[in-house]
Structures are given as C-alpha cells and as structure tokens.
Design a protein around this ligand. Sequence first.
Ligand code: SF4
Length: 720
Amino acid sequence: MQDQAHSQPGAVQAFSGRNSAVSGESGEKVVYSICEHCFWRCGIAAHVRDGKVYKITGSEHHPLSQGKLCPRGTGGIGQLYDPDRLAHPLIRETRGGKQYYRKATWDEAVGVVAEKLYKTSQTYGPGSIAMLHHGYGVSFFKKMLSEIGVNKIAKPSYDLCCGPARQAAVLTYGYPSDTPEGFDMMNSKYMIFFGTHFGENMHNTAVQEISEGIRRGAKIVVFDPRFSTLAGKADHWLPIKPATDIAMMQGLMHVLISEEIYDKAFVEAHTVGFGELWESVREMTPEKVSAITDIPADAIRTVAREYAFHAPAAFVHSGRRTNWYGDALQRLRAIHILNALVGNFKMPGGVVAFEKFPLVQPPAAHEHPAYEKEVYSKYPFFPNDEPSNTIASHEIVQQAISGEVKALVIYGVNLPETMTLGRKAAIEALEKVDFMVAIDVLPAEVTGYADVVLPECTYLERYDDLDNGRAFRTPFVALRQPAVPPMYESKPGNQIAKMITDKWGLHGVFAPTVEAGLNKKLGLIGSSLEEIKKKGVLVMPATDLYRKPGEALNLKTPSGKIELASEQLKTGGFDAVPTYTAHPEPPAGFYRMLTGRKPMLTFGRTANNRFLGDLATAKENEVWVNEQIAGKHNITNGEYVHLKNQDGVISQFPVKVKVTQRIRPDAVYMVHGFGHTSAKLTWAYKRGASHNQLITRTEIDPAMGAVGFQNNFVTFIKEA
Ligand code: SF4
C-alpha cells in the first residue's frame, strides 16, 4: 500500500515544482534558537546571509550548548535545504482502484482533518483518537486536541528510551530523572556505564562533561558485550553476557555490603529497606555472579572496591534507550540503589538534581477535564504527571489494531521504523485506522499511510512554544524562533493547529499570532519576546547542586527517604528490590541482536540528511559479527548478507558485515534507523538493513509499560 501510494504519477506531481520561497533579504545576521535534531534541545546560532542559513554553531549563551554542538546540530542545514522535503499538503485519493496523493490547498486539507477528527470524536468518543509525537513542537497539537476532549497521547521515546530511568527515579528518590540526566560527570572520579554509548549516541553537554571528567583523570568502567567508543576510553571494559546486568548489579551490591565499604552513615540516615536489600543480594557472591555474567569474580570485586574508594565522587550512569528485556524498571532501580549505597546523592562528582525554573504557563482560559489529568495507560507505574504522555505508544499501536483507536494524529514520528512493537505491527495499525493525518517535514515512510499529509516547516523556519521548566547546572527558559521564512507551502505547527481549531469554530484557543502568545507568557516572568530573542535564552541564577552536612533531603517518596526496597512496588505485586531473572538464550546458529546509534544519523529527523550522511564514516549500517562466528558461517568482512530472525523474517535489504573481535560471539550489533523503504527519501532509501523490521518479539515491562526488544535473534543468509 505504501509503495503503491508513493509510486503513482499523481504522487510525483504532488512532490514536484519546488522553488525556494526564501525571501530576498540581504545582509548577515545571527539568530539564536533551539536545535531540533534530538530531545536535548541545545541552543544554536543560525548564521544567515542573503536570506539563507549558511552555518549553524553552538550558542554561547545557552547552558546546554556552551558554544558547541554535536555533529547533528551543525548539520541542520541539511534538513532545511533537503530537496526531498514535503512541499505542500497532500490528500490520498483512490482513482480506478489505485491510490495516489494529490496536491491540496491548506484550507482543503485542514478542513478534511478537522471534519474527520470531530466526527470520530462525536461518533466514538474522544478515546477513539490518539496522537503519537516526537519533538516539543507538539504542544500546539496537544492543545488543539484537548479542545475536543482528546488527550490520549504517547511519545515513543518514553517506551524505548527514558521511561524506565524516569520511573525508577520516581520510585527510589521521589522525583523523575529527566533530560539532561543529573550526573556531575565533569567532577566525577569514577563513572560506571552499562551499555551506554556516549560518543556514538551524542548528547552534546553530556559528551562535553564526560570529556572534561576524563581529562581531569576520572576512571571509566564499561559493561558492554561490545567494545564501544566509550569502552575505548575505559580503564575496565567488561564484556558482560547480554541480559545479565541485574545479576552484575546485585553482585556489586553484595561486595559493597558484605565488605562494609558502602556509606553506612548515609544509608542509615537517608534510606529505607536496607535489610530487605541485603537479603536479596546475600547469595549473589562474585563467584555466583561470574557464572551468570561471564565476568571474572576478581573483576567484580575490583570494580566494587574502586567504586567505593572514589565515592561519593562516583556514580553508575542510568544511560538512555534503556528498555531491553522487559525488566528495565528493576534494572534502573538497581542502578539508583547502587548510587544510593555509596552516598553520592547531591555530592560533587555524584548524582545531582538540577533545580528547574518553574514552568511558565498562563492559567487555562477554560477548563478541559480530560486535558492534563487523564492517564490512559494500563500499567500501574506509568507516569501520572506528564500531560504529553498519557499512554505507552505500544498501547496506541495495539488499540489501533484492535479497533479501539480509529483515528491517529502522528507528529514527527516515523512509526514503521520506530521501536514500539516492530515494523509489522506498526504497519498493521496504520492500515487499520479509519483516518490518519501525518504532520511532518519529510516524506518518511509513515506519510505513505496517511490520509492527509500536512507539511510542517523545519525548526529553522518557525517559532515553537517556550522550552521551559528545564535546567542544566542553572535553570533556563529558551526560545525557538525562525531564522528564515518557511520554504515552499510548509507552515509552522502553531498555524496548522490554529487553522484546525478555527475550522471547529473555536477562535480563541490560540493567540492571534504565535508572537503575541509567547510575549504574554514571557510577561508572566517579567520578560518579553523582544528580550529573549536577543540571545534565545533567559538564564536564571545558578542553584546550589550539592547538599550540606546534615541537610535533610526532603524526598517525595512515601517514606520521605531513598527507597532501597519499594513498598509501592510490593503493594503493586512486584519485587520490592531488583532481582535477576534469566532471559531467553539464542537458538542454535542465531545471535542476540543488539542495537545502537551512529553519531551523525541518529533519529528520523537526520535519516535523510545528506550533509550528515556524506560525512559519516559509513554511509549505511553494518552488522558486527565476532570473527569466530563469521568463520563458522563462512562470511567475510565487507560481504553483504541478509539477516533472518527467529520468526523467519528476512531483512528486506542486505547489510554489510563487519568482522571484528570487538563483540562477544553470542551477539551481533547493528545501528538502528537504516534500511528505509520510502523511495521519496532519496538519500536514505535502501541504505543498509532495518533493525525495526527484525523486531517481532517484545517483552513489555509489566510495571511501567516500557518495551524490551533484545530478545530477538538473527542468523545470516549469504547473498546468492
Ligand atoms: Fe542538537 Fe546534538 Fe544538541 Fe541534540 S545533542 S540538540 S542533535 S546539537
């Protein structure tokens, strides 16, 4: 259906006829704004000459960039001037039994969207409509949908990335861990990482801080089945057997407690559940853990002792993309407990809680009971305080397949290649719903399933809502503002949402202009749009990150203390303390499929960016195979193979083999986000193999709904 839709003559016509709509403005200027290439949202300086952005650098004013950007951030021009961009609204039509897209006017396209959403809501109730989103430009659409009572909203990044760390922190410390995570890396002396790929998965400020920490002499420990870029910086690389992290964490706890090298005074004063924790790790001796994890017992003792020696300027990092085997909440709880045991909370070089500037939010003009209150997820420890994430994204996919969700609004999410329940389930959901609107910049695969495609302009051409309620060492409020006008017929999200609410006859929902709305908000903190535009950010006075001797922690857990054993989990029917359980082993001749990122091409937004892609060392993904295993299967370095998973699914495109000693023999590794099937993504099309296509098994965390997908295994099919 998708290929057919994109291959019809009408579609070609619809995507053609582009010319630059950038104004003829001359001269040179720098516009301070916010990067959109990942959730970190660094401050950028867009350099504009003759009405065109010619360079993007890191804003020297913004706490998250500190004058620098990661490669993706500097390559944003590749998205702005991508010749494949969606140029005008499209409507799917069927003619002569064939489907194609035709160019539509904005008035016609938003009219169809407004009518379909309204009718669906009236006929089946607001719960029959759901939105999937990525990117904080979604706030306008969230507000738009709330006007018809719709608040079933999911961000896949919760399911696949930050959800377990967030909720584990809520259960252990009483507050969510957030972006950026609270680790004082620059001042740390000992940092432990489990499968975290700094340097491959770029987070600008975190990479700056870890680099500074290493420069100052910090020791790095990496538990990872693969010798990653970060492992290359490590004092200890420990190639742990995949799926055994919790056992290792229990072993480290065992050593800390049995050798009495944990911070006794801190644990007694500030934690509950120590006795229960000790009982759960008493039997997890280094020898027993060694048999499970393949890491020598002596190495386990060494790491635990060094960790205790350097504490409190030491931590175990929670990482990103943490959902692996369906027990991620407990794995992240174990990390938080390891931190608590050495008393590093709010200590230099340890765990810190960045104090945020309160959200700048005017009182709602009118009440919407469904808005910001209802949680739709069935998982007991799903967040109840995130209005833009009221349900897990895989629940929306399942509800679309079952028919409960009948209309989808998809904002900036390329669902067929997003790790929710794998490609097959995503496509089934997209084909099942009665109506779907995709709001996007590029003709990603998901747009080929849409009934209406609305082209949003890029982040360099629009205002978004304020980026507020955030902090990194210092609280700040930041602004996204246009560096150049929207190209083609694309429009900013706020205008699109306003056009739809206007079609509903709700004319007062949004301010007459986005500028007026932003100015009003900023007035609440004694500032103005004019003021924030100058540097793109308002930086508040720095807050004290470290605790003072004897200071009460005032934590918002039920006990008011750090909960090593969680009564909340126990009451909910889950283990109060993290406990290792074994996960499925690969069938004979198959290997566990591990995944990660490339620094240049990380998200859907960068997938087709040729400025970045042409810079990358490898312009496709590769499958890493241990040299012993390559020999066994008679495959050689550089050869192309297809991958077949345990359920018989074969990768649509072949992938290049990288034969290496840098991965354990029981696993293979491939970067996510390649193997695109949309021929409209002319750079990304057919490069490498899709990791998402090979996900057919998932393990969902029963406590908080994160999806684990590393119980998928693959073998090799040689090219004929
Ligand atoms: Fe942009 Fe990189 Fe910062 Fe992410 S980390 S916001 S991609 S500069």
